[in-house]
Design a protein around this ligand. Structure first.
Ligand code: ADP
Ligand code: UDP
Length: 237
């Protein structure tokens, strides 16, 4: 499947149209951003690692009965996906306290959250992705009640699948963000799941193995992503 034209250049990926109006190519670049795109750096191999990581995770989610955008891998950095009408709302699950939850509530980082928390954020860099709730979605028309209920159900289901997958690899799934869209009227998982949009801690040392290494200038970002991929059995060659 050939790329036809650039549709959108995001902070980490470029989206291309194809000859098929229902399909897009996502190209994972080496760019890494923080602070809603105010800070951007390039890391060798990152596009390749995240593309293969995302393909692996989405395949596991698909196997578990979660509808995903995935069609097939095209190259080290490109994947063919269904073209979704994206919902501009990010779904976040938190199994442990970290990041904005700690900043907002002053709870201790690492605190276990049982049952896990479910947060919604509006996808809007200019407004710094503000936190919203279910009623905002209907009032502002971002997504209707039944589609939002489905997004929530699928995010919790993904958490069940992925918590176990990472646990078996010696990692704690602290939190993660998912984006959904509509494909022929059905809610489908889009965008990506990678260490860019999740927090993964080593079970024994509690070392951070995700984008917090970049956000907090801890170094060793790609080495950490590759270690996680290796533990999951993802082939990066
Ligand atoms: P951002 O837009 O936040 O800078 P990216 O660099 O990851 O993020 O850009 C990818 C863009 O493509 C995002 O806006 C995302 O919502 C959109 N997208 C991801 N998957 C799909 C899909 N399957 N169909 C249509 N758009 C998608
Ligand atoms: N996240 C993301 N994109 C965003 C905001 C958050 O992928 O625009 C992910 C983030 O990597 C983490 C989870 O969502 O895994 C929860 O993020 P949080 O609300 O704690 O915000 P942050 O500390 O990243 O600002």
């Amino acid at each position: 499947m050939q790329k036809v034209a650039e549709l959108y250049r995001g902070k980490a990926k470029t989206v291309y149209t194809t000859e098929d109006p229902d399909l897009l190519v996502l190209e994972f670049r080496n760019d890494t951003s923080a602070l809603d795109g105010e800070r951007i750096e390039q890391f060798d191999r990152k596009g390749m690692v995240n593309n293969k990581f995302n393909y692996f995770i989405m395949s596991k989610l698909e196997e578990a009965g979660i509808p995903t955008q995935m069609v097939r891998l095209l190259s080290d950095t490109e994947v063919l996906v269904k073209k979704l009408e994206m919902v501009p709302v990010e779904c976040v699950i938190r199994n442990r306290a970290a990041g904005s939850l700690v900043r907002r509530l002053g709870v201790k980082e690492g605190m276990e959250l049982s049952p896990p928390l479910f947060d919604l954020f509006l996808k809007n860099d200019a407004m710094h992705d503000p936190m919203i709730n279910e009623s905002y979605c209907t009032t502002f028309g971002w997504v209707n009640e039944s589609n939002l209920a489905r997004m929530k159900e699928l995010t919790y289901k993904a958490n069940d699948v992925l918590k176990k997958l990472f646990d078996d690899a010696g990692l704690i799934l602290v939190d993660f963000k998912l984006e959904f869209g509509l494909f022929k009227g059905e809610i489908v998982l889009g965008d990506e799941f990678s260490p860019d949009g999740s927090r993964l801690w080593d079970k024994t040392t509690l070392n951070k193995m995700d984008k917090d290494r970049f956000r907090q200038s801890l170094g060793g970002l790609i080495e950490a992503y590759e270690e996680v991929a290796h533990r999951l059995g993802i082939n990066l060659d």
